[in-house]
Design a protein around this ligand. Structure first.
Ligand code: HEC
Length: 143
């Protein structure tokens, strides 16, 4: 034990120091939220229901993905994010696989917490009457 102790100390102390140093890289879900708010919610909607402000301009609309991300295989979804699908634009010029996956990590996390993906951060031009069923919202498209 006498000879082992310095060895253990030499191994454990740096590990503790490493753990205590704040990580420069943001957490996956934090980065994912940033990307979602920058590039995705305007189509997919604040609650990922496909009713974002830009969705109305798409003839086929945007699918309701709320509650559907958690537990899915992320890799095929990463491909859709990077290379597009139908009216969904490709984002490979804006992000790599890692960051596309981080958005899905973020969406899965808020689903787990039962929260909408975009909370309490309304864009400056958004009114407070967002929840009113006005009647002129997004039409349910055919397909
Ligand atoms: C211009 C509007 C628009 C933007 C911006 C947009 N999407 Fe989409 N997204 C769509 C549409 C439309 C579909 C449905 C495509 C289809 O199935 O034909 C879709 C589909 C998807 C799907 C596939 C769901 C499935 O099960 O097939 C994922 C995942 C997705 N989007 C994530 C994202 C992410 C993440 C971002 C931001 C990086 C994003 N989208 C930005 C319109 C958009």
């Amino acid at each position: 034990m006498k000879r082992l102790l310095p060895v253990l100390t030499a191994l454990i102390v740096p590990a503790l120091v490493w753990a205590a140093v704040p990580k420069k890289r943001p957490e996956d879900d934090v980065k994912g939220q940033e990307l979602w708010e920058r590039s995705c919610w305007m189509c997919h909607g604040a609650e990922n229901k496909g009713d974002g402000p830009a969705a109305a301009a798409l003839p086929g609309g945007v699918p309701d993905l709320s509650g559907t991300i958690k537990g899915r295989d992320f890799e095929p979804l990463v491909d859709i994010i990077l290379y597009g699908k139908g009216a969904m634009p490709a984002f490979d010029a804006e992000m790599d696989r890692h960051n596309a996956r981080r958005i899905l990590i973020y969406l899965a996390k808020v689903e787990d917490e039962g929260l909408p993906p975009r909370k309490a951060t309304p864009a400056p031009d958004e009114g407070e009457d967002e929840d009113e069923a006005g009647g002129d919202g997004v039409r349910e498209g055919g397909d």
